[in-house]
Design a protein around this ligand. Structure first.
Ligand code: NI
Length: 138
């Protein structure tokens, strides 16, 4: 762990009160830990706006009975094989499948994979969770 530094900030009272509310609402033990996480969130969002390597998890549910859909979704993942690290498939019910795809690469490439999966007919819902490879976050 890096050396800790003590800092003092000037923040308008109403803004400071909002910060305190956020800390309480999010159950943080202290102000420092909350501010550290705010900084990391900002850094991760900057990583996603740039062209450094990031990590994204795509979760999608789709209709098992949609014609050729499973094959199309697998083909899409093969088209993006350089960023697809792992895929897990669960049969949620007789007719619904869930797939989780862990990807690593440039944000633009992960976004492109996400877009090409979500536009397929029979895909019911897709989310993209945007995180970092962890580089430069501590
Ligand atoms: Ni299935």
């Amino acid at each position: 762990m890096s050396e800790l530094m003590r800092v003092s900030l000037s923040i308008e009272k109403p803004l400071m009160e909002k910060l305190e509310e956020l800390i309480e609402r999010n159950n943080y033990a202290n102000r420092s830990e909350y501010v550290r996480d705010l900084i990391r969130e900002k850094l991760v969002s900057e990583q996603w706006a740039g062209d450094v390597e990031v990590v994204g998890t795509i979760t999608m549910i789709f209709d098992h009975n949609a014609r050729e859909l499973q094959k199309k979704l697998t083909n899409t993942q093969h088209d993006h094989h350089e960023i697809v690290m792992a895929t897990t498939h669960l049969h949620l019910s007789r007719s619904i499948c869930l797939e989780v795809i862990i990807s690593r690469g440039k944000a633009s490439m992960i976004q492109a994979l996400y877009e090409s999966l979500r536009k397929q007919k029979g895909v019911l819902h897709v989310t993209l969770s945007m995180t970092s490879s962890g580089v430069n976050l501590s």
